[in-house]
Design a protein around this ligand. Structure first.
Ligand code: IPE
Ligand code: IPE
Ligand code: MG
Length: 251
């Protein structure tokens, strides 16, 4: 019991994933990009089921960035259709497994049908207590900080808050996923080493794991590999390694 508690404490509480490389994976197989997006859905399924088995508190998956609207119209259209189809086909299973689904991002740009599907899926799973699965769609880290800033500015405008009293904690409470721990581990597939405007505030101290495999190749084993790498990192939060060791010895 003692050992399994210690092990659970070492696991990341919040894992964020930039699911990249669908297009290149499809191209390497001589197929159209959309083939890669469709195959990417099974990697999402495997990831969610493995994270749930490990009792990870939250997984946040970057599905569509605020910049992805710049892609060719037909690819954006196909991604939206896929999003609706997957929401409809997977939501019952997520609910049955006690998982909570949330979509983070600026949802106002989605068509009405998709917004309705999202609201229904979120409502159905709202009271579930298992792993929280956040899907970032039309999400941008800068948008997130901006919308938090606007909420605080409103409070200043109505006289409920003094500008000089704004704290980092208040911003943390107004960015998305304020009820969840900050991201401990960020994973990005496909060999790219950048954040691409994913969470900025919530990833301030995340460990970052960049791997060469394309997203459709991601599975339980690759997730475990990333988590094992994370457990072996020494997280210092600005302290020296000696201070962290002393703290561990004191506990
Ligand atoms: C990630 O794969 C999925 C989305 C951004 C929707 P990409 O579509 O970016 O694939 P590559 O990077 O072009 O290979
Ligand atoms: C980031 O991937 C967004 C998602 C995975 C949804 P992109 O493939 O769009 O990122 P860039 O444009 O290469 O940085
Ligand atoms: Mg990409």
């Amino acid at each position: 019991m003692q050992n399994s508690d210690t092990f659970n404490d070492a696991l990341p509480k919040h894992i964020a994933i930039i699911m990249d490389g669908n297009g290149r994976w499809a191209k390497s197989k001589g197929k159209p990009r959309v083939f890669g997006h469709k195959k990417g859905v099974s990697a999402v399924r495997k990831t969610i089921s493995a994270a749930a088995k490990l009792n990870i508190k939250a997984v946040t998956l970057f599905a569509f960035s605020s910049e992805n609207w710049r892609r060719p119209e037909d690819e954006v259209g196909l991604l939206m259709e896929l999003f609706i189809t997957v929401l409809s086909s997977e939501i019952k299973k997520l609910h049955k497994n006690n998982l909570r689904l949330r979509i983070i991002g600026d949802k106002t740009r989605f068509n009405e049908r998709l917004q309705r599907k999202i609201a229904e899926a979120e409502a159905l799973t709202a009271n579930n207590t298992g792993t929280v699965v956040n899907v970032a769609a039309n999400y941008g880290g800068k948008w997130d900080i901006l919308q938090a800033t606007k909420q605080l500015a409103k409070l200043v405008e109505t006289g409920e808050l003094n500008a000089s009293d704004i704290t980092e904690d208040m911003i943390s409470q107004h960015v998305t996923m304020s009820d969840l721990p900050d991201v401990d581990l960020l994973i990005r597939t496909s060999g790219e080493c950048r954040i691409s405007n994913f969470m900025l505030w919530q990833m301030a101290y995340a460990e970052m794991y960049f791997m060469d495999e394309y997203w459709p190749e991601f599975n339980e084993d690759t997730l475990v590999k990333a988590i094992t790498w994370f457990i072996n990192r020494e997280r210092r939060f600005g302290c020296t390694g000696e201070q962290v060791k002393a703290l561990m010895e004191a506990n």
